[in-house]
Every structure is written in C-alpha cells, then in structure tokens.
Design a binder for this molecule. Structure first.
Ligand SMILES: [Zn+2]
Ligand SMILES: [Zn+2]
Length: 428
C-alpha cells in the first residue's frame, strides 16, 4: 500500500521551496515596512459565513468549497479565500478603533475544489492585504501601488504586468443597473445554460462568471456596469486614476471585470502577466464597502487584494535564479583538511555560534574536496578551513565561495572575532 497526496494538492520541497521562502520573506518585509500588520486566522470557518458573504450562487460557494460536518454536526468549510475570514476576525476581536484605518497582511493556504489543471491547485497559497476603514480613492491607488511595487521588487518588470481597472457601482447605482441587466437577459433567457437560468432568478450579475461559450457571447452584449454608475462612483474612479498616475502606474480600463464574488463594490482590479496564458491574473482585488456591515460590524469601507503565489512563481521563474538567498550570508561551513582536526573544528564551531554566526559542519570524516562540494551545494558563501598550518599557529583560512580566488585570509586567534567580522563584511 502506497499512500498518495490528495488530488490537486502538492508537496513543496527543495529546490522549489527556496523560491517560496524568498517570496514569503520579501512579502513580510515589504508589507511590514508599509505598516501592514500580519493577521492569521483559522483555516476553517463556519460554512454560513462564506455562503452569506461570497454569495450563494457564486461558483466558489455553489461548487468549489470543501465543506464537511465536524463531530458536533456543525457545518465547517476550509477557507476558499481570506477576505471574509479577516472581516469576521476584525469584527469579532474589535480590531478597529484607534488603529483605523487598519492595514492587514496575510499569507497562507486556501482551498477550492476546482478542476485540477496547470497552475490551479486545490490547496493554493495567497499573499494579500486588506485596508479597513478608509473610503478615500487615494487609498485604492495606494493599495494597487503596493501590489505593483511589490511585484517589481520581486523582479517582475513593470511592463510585463498589466493593471486592469473597473468600477462596479455602489448601493446607490446598482439596483437600477441590475434592473436594466435583467431586462436585457429576459429576452435571451432561453439560450442561457441551466445554471445561468438560476443566476437570472437569484443574482443576475453572476451570469458574467459563466464559462459556457453561448452564455459568454450573450453576456458580451449586455450593458456594462461601469457605463451605468452614479456620479459618486464616477468621481471616485477618476480620483483613483489620478492616484495611479501620480505613482506612474500604467493601467487599462477593462469593463468586463466584475469579480466572481458578491461582496465587491466600486473599484475592482486585476494584475495580469504576459507570462501566464490566457486571462489568468496573478493578483486581483477591490473594494468591499458593505461587507463589514453585512457581517454585523460597523459601517466601514474596505479594500484589498490577493496574490496567487503559484502563479507568481511561474512569472518569476527567470528572475528568481538571480536572487541567491541572503539568509546564508552569515552561515559558516567549518571544514577540516585532515580528520585529525575534527576536534578543533568542533571548537571553532562553538566559538562561531557564540559570536552569533550560524554554522554547519560535516564531522563524519570526509575529504576536504567532498566538504567543499557540500558547502557549494547548500549555496553557502563562507567556508572556514582548518589545516595543519592553521591549527599549529592558531590561524584560519576563510574562503569566499562566491569569489573565484581562494581568499587567503589569516585570522589570528587573539582578534578572532574582529577578524572574522571584517572578512565576512567584505562585499564581493
Ligand atoms: Zn454608485
Ligand atoms: Zn451559463
């Protein structure tokens, strides 16, 4: 009997896991510097929370959630996305108040039982942010800026990405638009697929999410929400555009972006990359100005985005090779030229650790050649070598694997600490 992992899910290990760590580490630093606080919520929530907020007739809720009963016969669901859990947590823990606007950052796995295909996993990872308690269009521009600049920092060129923007209206203008939309689809109702006929009755906007070819063709001729928004929405949108121009972020307006979740209002956006096929976005987000109130919280506006880590890694493939991990800059591989020096190697190891360096040594009697090979394989930079000369005189040879010439750096025992600091701080 051989056990297999669950279909559509992955094990992530070396060497790919290094790229995951790079992206996650960079994200943590980047968003922390912009005063986003990290939030972690449980991976499961009561099913009702998602049904209520994402919407009963959305694809996510109607066919993609991992829902099960626990031993107490309560219906639980593995989170299919993060925004709803965060809003629940913000309300439940009273996180608003002096910290408003609340800027939150998250990173973790989400679960959707989609048809497995390239780049689509059933356990997939997202990095995202939410800004809660700010209504200003400049905030929209800042959130989009943070997304675009983060991608750029990871090595994705700005012209390799496209920011697509739309406005999907607010509670003032949406009822009139929905009426118009229903009128449009009434005449063609018979040609829609079965599930769209249900959507027509329950939530006409979701017809736009249908992947059926005929439904798509019909929907393409439907009135566009952004052509039917109120004056307030129009002004908000213009101001978002101004903000993006200030940050010199190119964008296109895409009237077809409606986002497949019910909670979105006003500004919605996607970032797509040439490196991904078809219409796949690396990241997407938008405003959800009514969600807090709908889930029993205060009437606060909010905006956020989620970035798909698997897709991001596909886009980053080439640039990742140029980013050796900086974590290993302070790791020293302690090597010995002769097995007789293994005890000395242990002592050096202890001294280095006491000085705050991370160490590694293969103390199982290897040849120097094999030790250097190992150090190289780990991607380490520094190797400290003990040879007869060194041991007798109390000096050591520090080799920089990144520079081609052997660095004959002699470190005298008395000033061991100062010497090693000076040697390892030299830039290549
Ligand atoms: Zn409006
Ligand atoms: Zn359909």
């Amino acid at each position: 009997m051989q056990y297999k992992r669950v279909k559509g899910m992955s094990d992530i290990f070396l060497p790919e896991v290094t790229n995951w760590q790079f992206v996650e580490d960079e994200a943590r630093l980047f968003f922390k510097a912009r005063l986003y606080e990290e939030i972690r919520t449980p991976v499961v929530e009561y099913t009702e929370l998602f049904q209520r907020s994402i919407g009963e007739v959305t694809d996510i809720v109607s066919k993609e959630m991992y829902t099960f009963c626990d031993r107490g016969e309560r219906s639980l669901t593995l989170r299919p996305e993060m925004t709803v859990s965060i809003v629940r947590a913000v309300i439940e823990n009273n996180l608003l108040g002096i910290r408003e606007p609340l800027k939150l950052f998250y990173s973790g796995p989400m679960f959707r039982a989609e048809r497995p295909q390239a780049g689509r996993k059933r356990q997939f990872y997202q990095i995202g942010v939410e800004v809660i308690g700010n209504d200003s269009p400049f905030c929209d521009a800042e959130v989009i800026r943070d997304l675009v600049f983060f991608l750029e920092r990871l090595g994705l060129e700005r012209d390799a990405c496209t920011v697509k923007l739309n406005n999907i209206g607010c509670p003032q203008c949406r009822p009139a638009f929905l009426k118009k939309l229903r009128e449009f689809f009434t005449t063609q109702k018979e040609s829609l697929c079965e599930s769209c006929q249900v959507k027509f009755e329950k939530n006409v906007l979701r017809i736009f999410d249908c992947k059926n070819k005929e439904c798509k063709e019909i929907a393409a001729g439907a009135p566009k929400v952004s052509d039917n928004v109120c004056e307030g929405c129009r002004e908000h949108f213009t101001a978002v555009e101004k903000g993006l121009m200030l940050f010199q972020i190119p964008y296109t307006i895409d009237k077809n972006i409606v986002r497949g979740l019910d909670y979105y209002t006003s500004t919605v956006f996607e970032v797509t990359s040439k490196k991904l096929g078809a219409q796949d976005a690396i990241a997407a987000g938008g405003r959800y100005n009514n969600l807090l109130r709908e889930l029993g919280g205060e009437d606060k506006s909010a905006i956020g985005f989620a970035l798909g880590v698997e897709r991001l890694l596909v886009c980053l493939e080439d640039s990742l090779k140029k980013n050796p991990s900086s974590v290993l800059e302070r790791t020293v591989y302690v090597a010995y030229g002769d097995n007789a020096y293994i005890d000395q190697a242990k002592q050096i190891l202890a001294r280095l650790e006491a000085l705050g360096y991370a160490t590694y040594a293969d103390l199982d009697k290897r040849s120097l050649k094999s030790q250097l090979k190992r150090a190289n394989k780990f991607g380490l930079r520094w190797v400290l070598i003990l040879n007869q000369d060194e041991v007798e005189r109390g000096t050591y040879q520090l080799k920089d694997l990144r520079s081609l010439d052997v660095d004959q750096c002699l470190i005298f025992d008395k000033s061991f600490e100062a010497n090693i600091r000076a040697s390892m701080s030299t830039e290549e």
